[in-house]
Design a protein around this ligand. Sequence first.
Ligand code: GDP
Ligand code: MG
Length: 456
Amino acid sequence: MVLESLAGSLRETLRKISRSSFIDRETIKEIAKDVQRALLKADVNVKLVLELSATLEQRANEEKPPAGMTAQDYLVKIVYEELLKILGEDSRLTLKEQTIMLVGLYGQGKTTSAGKLSRFFHRKGLSVGVIAADVHRPGAYDQLEQLAKKLNVPFYGEKGEKNPVKIIKNGLKAHSELKVKIIDTSGRDSLNDDLINEIREIKAAFNPDEVLLVIDATVGQQAGPQAHAINEAVGITGVILTKMDGTGKGGGALSAVSQIHAPVYFIGTGEHPEDLEIFQSKKFLSRLLGLGDLETLLEAFKETNISEEEAEESMNKLMSGKFNLKDMYEIWEKFAQPGLISKMFDSLPLAKMPGGNKIDSNAIETAQEKLRNYRVIMDSMTYFELENPDEINAKRISRISKGSGRTEADIRSLLREFKAMKNNMKAMKGNRGFKKMMRAQIKSGNFGLEDTEALN
Ligand SMILES: Nc1nc2c(ncn2[C@@H]2O[C@H](COP(=O)(O)OP(=O)(O)O)[C@@H](O)[C@H]2O)c(=O)[nH]1
Ligand SMILES: [Mg+2]
């Protein structure tokens, strides 16, 4: 995952909040300092960090949590909201007929991203073609042509032609039947008038629907000035942040770029065409903070016949730390549907804790098999036993074993796992109020679930 170490320290901060018995000025100061340190380590601009921690501290001292929300949860909410401010608002590239122009310096990943975007639109069922308008770099034509061939995407270029406007004009004509046209333009080693004039001229001639800045995240905060200058020149409508794989500076680049108030649409996470992720700041932040990806979870529920109310009820039960085997049985009954379990694991913070075991598909298979076994065992338990798992003694285990045809070891293992699950869920309890707030947001449509489904 991107930004591992930032995630680690922010999660530790949230745990610290949950563990605090009360929230006073001292605690707030400490939390603000923690967030400050974590962000500075992730290369976020000092001025931004200081502003954020000052606002955080002020809000936490002045605001009162609404009825029903603990001071701890409310502080988590403030941390979340302030962090979201530096990531910028959620916005997504729309799936419609459009012309997209990619701009940026040499080596930032424009051509690679042209390929990634083609694949993206193609998979969404939109016909797409690319136009090679990088007239400066030797080999730029061949690079895009090969990529297009590999992806089975129509390519237009004019080898040797030096006028990008002319190429694009012909290219748009050649691709006129296609829904999405992607224009790959020239870069330079550094920002200069030559480059600015060239992209200005293209922008003026064709007025593309999207002008996407492609920028390498490994430059960290330096992404800021570059983004500003290009934005001044051509008006950036969105950003693709590349090379987010293996950089400690992703935080710096993300926060710097968001300052131009153009949404980060995608992040590039590798050299291959499939290494492109839709960037959604809320989702990204929730995952980063280990708050669990409620959006994904609710989407998963939507695909089943479980109603949102039922899903919420189950979640509440799980997180109350009070649930018994019967509740667990009911929840498993609902969740034992293909695909749902894996999505659930993926969206729960537990699976993503730093150092925790990320659950792979094999593990999910095994888990499903185990669930089937457990259900057989639970079918042989009495209601009393399901409601009072602590009362299940050796004598009862022996009876359940005979009734279910499973070994006594199987039954003990079920009881052990139940206990572990209960403890794990208790650990998440601190975020309950926060989750309530997130759910309210989802209900009010702030997360734009419908759009997400269309895009992902
Ligand atoms: N690791 C990684 N490498 C990338 C990514 N995007 C592009 N690259 C690499 O960066 C280099 C420059 O990319 P290119 O698309 O030619 O940049 P351009 O000059 O802006 O067109 C190539 O070696 C790409 O494979 C990314 O998201 N992750
Ligand atoms: Mg290129």
